[in-house]
Ligand binder design. Structure first.
Ligand code: PRX
Length: 700
């Protein structure tokens, strides 16, 4: 990206609770912007509590540091050490070959993800241990042991094989957080099929886009999903999304909510009938370490989401290590990951990384604040959760609810909360520790682990190492063993501590995405062109004197709304699709709960005889629906401004950073020297000022 492009397209996000993006959207060795990242630099080192220290993988911090230093010298030896803790059918011949972006790990090694996540624990005598403690939004519960899961996975895997699904075929999974999602994912791993989980909150159009790209042979779908007291009709949505897609030979339907469904004879099959008729014994497919395991769609800088492809065994090795350091899960823990299965956090920390450690996990389907805002506390208490993985937005929601929400709840078992997805403000960090951790004894306080990762890296690779390294409220800790990261300037030169720059990774690692489905060129262009030989995160960050990484936010067209990654380009494309829209720009505005919310600006095409006012409100309402139809309710703009013109550069590019500053602060202090039409900025400011000063609404 050239500086000019960055100027026009760059969306360096504002930091949580902080200022706008500063003068330049792309950071380059500057001191962190006042009120921005500096505000996040709370330099207090908070050590882990007694009980986490006692359970840590090393008995002393000194022993750990010696070992850690060795792993820095030879990251691949470290990765081989991790991989050796897992089960392989036959060993690898070469530890690693190639460099970024063309690399392979554990070449020739054969293994299977499902046997590592399930069979291994059953063979170790833990078949009767609960693997899943499921709770529905309506309070219903189900418990599945590892043995039950093994049988069910075997049955579905055999059924899929009988339907002609094999190694390399694609299976789309369109369900919410129910036990069958674990079964479907591991059944695919078992037979070497690639799965692609599609978020249950997407619109039919967004689902269709993903199906068209992935070309699945089979779709596994639930009849519906429960959310906020309603049933989302997933199968009905799938009918619209899948119409005419000829790759889909079968649709396997899970009866979950019991809603009435039309079934297409020959194509549609009931899940419960298939598994009842199949044998539980399903020999696992031996998969080479670098073979693709799954596709996950994520938003990028283009108007179309991309299918990120991960190696099956590479993902297992990476997430197993990630969970070990970030959470230290053991079979004794009761663990709950609140993420939705449609975002990679759930496969990393629950479906694969969590299960690889043989943990007992709570799985909840529904809204975290339903039917009462203290639902999260109720679940933690009911199941005795001691380790929780959630998102900053959920914690900000709890903080907003206040101390009163905690009354009557005993959360004293909770010893660790880990997070991913957005910058975490120190105020929320401190509030959570003081209030959610109030039942814990001195010296054994609740530990908060802010982890940073991406769909592409598959792991949250910088965070505290639980029980071993301290946290700083708001930082994303230090890079985990095996990851070599740098903060660099625009030429790729490393910056000294305290300087803000681009965050890159310079050494390969097993869980890095291997390609973009059907478009390897896009993979190379998006992640490896900007800094040759390194993976570019598209995030700005600062590394401090203690080696802690402070992630400031994206420097591209991506915004993180309540932990959900959305492309502003995708939203703009949906707006421009409307015949009445001539121009559109979407920016992220800071929000006290969701981190960022989308704000849209549109310039209408005026038809003769158009009135003012009423017409604009109707257009805005229509456009809001348009975005929900194209992407889903999560992308619904907080506000849509209909304006006569937008601020542009002399080359005609919309200056989105000025719009962002305008919506955040009601004024613009950034560099306007490239601005061709200052009067447009005046109009924008006059339009946004009433809302910019007001408390943003948090309804979704
Ligand atoms: O901008 C960063 C932000 O979330 C992006 C990745 O989102 P996604 O691919 O959906 O991955 C979610 C985790 C698997 C990043 O580019 N992000 C993630 N964690 C943090 C964060 N920003 C600040 N602090 C974090 N801890």
């Amino acid at each position: 990206m050239s500086m000019a492009e960055a100027e026009d397209r760059g969306r360096g996000t504002a930091v949580a609770g902080g200022s706008g993006p500063g003068e330049e959207p792309v950071p380059s060795g500057e001191e962190p912007a006042a009120g921005g990242v500096r505000r996040l630099l709370e330099n207090r080192l908070v050590p882990p509590g007694r009980s986490l220290r006692a359970k840590a993988a090393f008995s002393s911090v000194a022993a750990f540091e010696t070992w850690w230093e060795r792993s820095r010298v030879d990251p691949d030896a470290y990765w081989a050490e991790v991989a050796s803790e897992l089960e392989w059918f036959s060993p690898w011949q070469v530890r690693r070959e190639g460099e970024l972006p063309d690399f392979r790990y554990f070449v020739g090694g054969l293994g299977n993800v499902s046997t590592n996540c399930i069979d291994r624990h059953v063979r170790a005598g833990r078949g009767n241990q609960a693997a899943i403690l499921w709770e529905g939004e309506d309070g219903a519960t189900r418990v599945l042991t590892y043995r039950m899961l093994l049988d069910e996975v075997g049955r579905l895997a055999n059924a899929l094989r009988a339907l002609g699904v094999g190694r390399g075929d694609v299976v789309a999974i369109y369900m919410s957080n129910i036990p069958e999602v674990f079964v479907a994912v591991h059944a695919c791993y078992r037979i070497g099929a690639l799965y692609s989980v599609i978020f249950a909150g997407f619109s039919a159009e967004a689902v269709r886009q993903r199906l068209l790209d992935a070309q699945p042979k089979v779709v596994v779908v639930a009849d519906g999903s429960r959310r906020r007291g309603q049933v989302l009709p997933l199968k009905a949505t799938l009918e619209r999304a899948a119409a005419g897609i000829s790759s889909i030979e079968h649709v396997v339907v899970v009866r979950h909510t019991g809603v009435e469904l039309p079934m297409t004879p020959g194509r549609d099959l009931w899940y419960h009938e298939l598994v009842a008729a199949a044998s539980p014994d399903c020999p696992p497919e031996p998969m080479e370490a670098n073979e693709p395991g799954f596709i996950i769609y994520t938003s990028g800088t283009e108007s179309k989401p991309k299918g990120v492809v991960h190696a099956g065994m590479g993902f297992l090795v990476g997430t197993y290590a990630n969970v070990k350091w970030a959470l230290g899960l053991t079979p004794e823990d009761v663990y709950w990951c609140t993420a939705d299965v449609g975002w990679l956090t759930f496969p990393i920390f629950a479906l694969v990384g969590g299960m690889a450690h043989g943990v007992t996990q709570v799985v909840y389907e529904g809204a975290l604040d339903w039917p009462t805002p203290d639902r999260l506390y109720r679940i933690v208490e009911r199941w005795g959760v001691n380790k929780l993985f959630t998102a900053p937005t959920a914690l900000r929601m709890l903080r907003r609810l206040g101390e009163a929400g905690l009354e009557g709840h005993d959360l004293s078992r909770l010893e660790l909360i880990a997070l991913v997805g957005e910058p975490l403000d120190p105020e929320t960090w401190n509030w959570v520790r003081d209030h959610l951790g109030k039942g814990r004894p001195a010296g054994d306080e609740l530990f908060i682990n802010n982890t940073y990762g991406q769909t592409e890296t598959a792991t949250a690779w910088t965070c505290s190492m639980v029980g071993l390294t301290p946290a700083k409220p708001g930082s994303a800790g230090q890079p985990l063993p095996g990851y070599v990261a740098r903060v660099v300037d625009e030429h790729g030169a490393p910056l000294p501590p305290g300087k803000q720059g681009y965050l890159i990774i310079t050494h390969p690692f097993p869980s890095l995405a291997r390609t973009v489905w059907g478009d390897h060129g896009r993979y190379l262009e998006t992640y490896f062109r900007r800094f040759p030989g390194a993976y570019f995160t598209a995030d700005a960050a600062v590394q401090d004197d203690d080696g802690h990484i402070w992630v400031v936010g994206r420097v591209d067209d991506v915004i993180n709304v309540a932990g959900h990654r959305l492309s502003t380009m995708e939203m703009e494309a949906a707006l421009l699709d409307h015949p009445r829209v001539a121009e559109a720009a979407v920016v992220g505005a800071t929000d006290p709960v969701k981190g960022l919310v989308p704000i849209a600006f549109v310039v209408p095409r005026r038809a003769a005889g158009d009135g003012e006012g009423v017409e604009e409100a109707a257009l805005a309402a229509e456009l809001s629906r348009r975005i929900v139809d194209a992407i889903g309710p999560i992308a619904r703009p907080e506000r849509i401004y209909v304006v006569p013109t937008l601020p542009k550069t002399r080359s005609g590019k919309i200056m989105r950073r000025l719009l962002r500053e305008a919506v955040d602060q009601g004024s613009v202090h950034g560099d306007t020297s490239a601005l061709e039409n200052p009067e447009a900025l005046e109009v924008v400011l006059a339009t946004v000022r009433p809302a910019a000063g007001a408390e943003p609404s948090t309804k979704s």
